[in-house]
Design a protein around this ligand. Structure first.
Ligand code: URA
Length: 237
């Protein structure tokens, strides 16, 4: 693997930052300063030190992806491309999968990992991890819907949702909904229970980690140490 890729995938610096620091001697491989980060290393064998800190190849990887439309939240599918197609070959080789699901037409923040045990615990209904969605609806949302959502909307099939926070835009044609659960098509079904229809849906926050606005649709990056700590503490891990 290229040294600059190794450094950027660990989330300690971008390739550009690493390249400029390497010129000043900040990167050593097996004790020797390396200025050209296009050189390859074996992450399992070579000792890479960046700004005095040894970089270890983490067994588990956590990635933030800005999901575009048209991708399914899976690692394979017979009809549509899976979100994992958006990752580099190296990351795909590490067996990443999405933590939870977004519909194929939903955009935004998706976390991927290869840490099956912690992903499973993060998704447990017992943990109440919060998720925030920006939506647009076909018709204005009636006043009073905020109260209804805060008490728990009853879906058309009788399911009683947990209390959720609805914050409407001024024109009431959209807004932000915060959930602590993740049932199938939940936002669409909550809005449908008002006799309305979601026409745009984007996840903008997961476990209080906001979507990084500098990521274009389809782009991804590793979670920072702070983000990972936040994610794991939100789920008492
Ligand atoms: N609610 C939905 O209806 N769809 C999603 O993708 C996520 C939440």
């Amino acid at each position: 693997m290229r040294i600059d890729k190794f450094i950027s995938e660990l989330g300690v610096a971008s390739r550009k930052e690493a390249a400029s620091l390497a010129k000043k001697g900040a990167v050593t491989v097996n004790g020797v300063a390396v200025k050209d980060l296009s050189k390859h290393i074996d992450p399992n064998k070579d000792k890479v030190v960046f700004l005095g800190r040894e970089l270890t190849y983490e067994r588990f990887v956590w990635i933030m992806l800005n999901k575009p439309e048209g991708y399914v939240s899976a690692t394979e599918d017979t009809k549509l491309p899976p979100v994992t197609d958006l990752l580099s070959a190296e990351l795909r080789a590490r067996g990443l999968f999405p933590v939870g699901r977004l519909d194929k037409d939903t955009l935004g923040l998706m976390i991927l990992t290869n840490d099956g045990e912690r992903a499973h615990r993060l998704l447990s209904p017992k943990r109440h991890v919060s998720k925030k969605y920006r939506f647009l609806a076909a018709e204005p949302i009636p006043s009073g819907a905020e109260k209804l959502f805060s008490e728990g909307v009853t879906l058309k099939d009788g399911y009683e949702c947990k209390p959720a926070i609805l914050e409407c835009d001024e024109d009431r044609l959209g807004g932000v909904i915060t959930l602590t659960e993740g049932k199938y098509h939940q936002i669409k079904r909550m809005i449908a229970s008002l006799g309305n229809k979601v026409v745009y849906l984007e996840r903008i926050e997961f476990a209080e980690i906001p979507l990084d606005k500098s990521l274009a649709r389809g782009e991804s990056r590793p979670l920072t140490e702070d983000e990972l700590a936040k994610l794991l503490s939100a789920a008492d891990l």
